[in-house]
Unconditional design. Structure first.
Length: 474
């Protein structure tokens, strides 16, 4: 990649693509790209000096990137084969690499710490990056979410050869990586549009383990259905939240809105660690991240400070609005296991309150393959506002709609709504705890829902104040 001075990203608005675009931009290269629609992320990239076009016509490609010998095209799998710009680049002999291939090159030049798993990988990656970055070890990181600590999905360090990467299993992308150390958080079947069978999905994780460099390590959650294939000299460790293993938590306790635990390693115990984001599932994610950091020289005190100061990830269990009457949270959960864990965590935080969930299914194929599992998870709510399926890269599948989930949900209060009708429906309800779930464009509803709840709160406060003044006057 050293021969290129220009980088053009097809699908630049994706969370993984945008991190790479930022990386090359900060290195001083010319960076541009295409995405089909603008977003907060593309707005930020443009502010950073990156040129983006939102039309797929060849005429929209900036003149700076019409030099085949000096421009590398970086491609996301979401871009269709008949995309006009992609066809232009192929016809004019541009070198084209998938995002995963570019990341793979970066891991070959550094000590790649790669976190894989059907769910939990974004949070675990971001905690790992924070633990290393705030320690004397330092790191760079390409993250699958926006870190609340740093307000970015890219961290850069000139003084460290560690690089943290979220290892994406979609399209077997993580097979392009060369990890120094790796974590597998889970291997629940997903992306069956690519893999077809759960067995093939599992085998892809086993191949991923074979890529870990000698002298490195694999840290795998206890109970994950993967038989690792390790090169000679690669160590295997296990971890869990509270089920034992080489790394695990003990003495987990909830105290005045905080979660504390003891972190247990093969040789040490770090007592009374305070979790910065007090969500139970984050104990498990933190154990995996702390294991990676501990193995790479982060001290006990640095681990303690890092976990305590971790402030979460945008759209991962974020509290968006909170008043005396209503709490509004937003979560990226889009796989049944994630959804079930997220709802269980919300229940543990608000055990006696009514939970209204707004869920947007992501992909026709995922909805088809896991409709019953989605319905079971969503049945843990009190009220369900179910949106239409967000197609992302897919065309509709006959007979696959949100209705196949809804009919199996065991709730009295459940229905399907369009995004346009959600706000008017929420206005009719006596809301207590409200949560939006999904990986599609449901995030565009978040500020609208927040503003509506804020407006309701202000109106209620004004009414209470007026009633109080009337009482005094009487």
């Amino acid at each position: 990649m050293n021969k290129f001075t220009r980088y053009y990203f097809l699908g630049i608005g994706g969370i993984g693509m945008s991190a790479l675009a930022r990386y090359f931009n900060t290195k001083g290269f010319q960076v541009g790209g295409y995405d089909r629609s603008s977003s907060k992320l593309t707005d930020d990239l443009e502010t950073e000096g990156i040129k983006i076009c939102f039309e797929d016509a060849v005429s929209c490609i900036p003149a700076d990137f019409r030099y085949p010998k000096s421009t590398l095209i970086v491609l996301t799998p979401a871009i269709p084969e008949n995309h006009p710009q992609l066809q232009y680049f192929r016809e004019n002999n541009y070198e084209i690499l998938k995002r995963a291939q570019v990341l793979g090159n970066i891991t070959r030049q550094n000590k790649g710490i790669c976190i894989a798993g059907t769910h939990g990988k974004t949070t675990t990656s971001t905690i790992t990056a924070h633990l290393l970055y705030q320690s004397q070890v330092m790191c760079s990181a390409f993250l699958g979410g926006i870190s609340n600590n740093y307000n970015t999905n890219l961290l850069l360090s000139k003084d460290s050869n560690y690089v943290v990467i979220e290892a994406d299993e979609y399209d077997r992308s993580f097979h392009q990586l060369s990890p120094y150390m790796a974590v597998i958080t889970s291997a629940d079947a997903d992306h069956l549009d690519i893999y077809e069978t759960a067995e093939a999905f599992r085998e892809s994780f086993e191949h991923f383990t074979s890529l870990i460099k000698p002298g490195g390590a694999l840290i795998m959650r206890k109970g994950v259905n993967v038989n690792p294939v390790l090169q000679k000299g690669v160590k295997l460790y296990t971890y869990s939240m509270d089920e034992g293993g080489d790394f695990h938590a003990e003495n987990i306790r909830f105290d005045k809105g905080e979660i504390r635990f003891d972190f247990v390693t093969p040789t040490d115990r770090i007592a009374d660690v305070r979790l910065g984001v007090p969500v139970r599932i984050n104990v498990e994610n933190s154990v995996a991240a702390m294991a990676l950091a501990w193995l790479n020289g982060v001290t006990a005190e640095e681990l303690r400070v890092g976990i305590s100061s971790f402030s979460g990830i945008h759209r991962r269990f974020n509290t968006v609005f909170k008043s005396e009457k209503t709490v509004y949270m937003d979560d990226y959960a889009h796989h049944p296991s994630e959804l079930k864990a997220s709802i269980a965590s919300i229940r543990s935080l608000f055990p006696d309150r009514k939970i209204t969930g707004i869920f947007q299914p992501h992909l026709f194929s995922r909805t088809r393959d896991f409709a019953s599992e989605f319905a079971e998870a969503l049945s843990g709510l009190d009220e369900l506002l179910l949106l239409d399926i967000y197609p992302a890269r897919e065309l509709p599948i006959p007979g696959v709609t949100s209705e196949i989930i809804l009919k199996e949900v065991k709730l009295a209060d459940k229905n399907i709504y369009s995004k346009e009708d959600v706000i008017s429906e929420l206005k009719k309800r006596d809301l207590d705890v409200v949560v939006t779930f999904g990986a599609g464009d449901i995030d565009r509803l978040v500020p609208i829902i927040r503003d509506e709840l804020r407006k309701q709160h202000q109106a209620a406060s004004k009414e209470e104040k007026e009633e109080h003044l009337e009482t005094i006057a009487e």
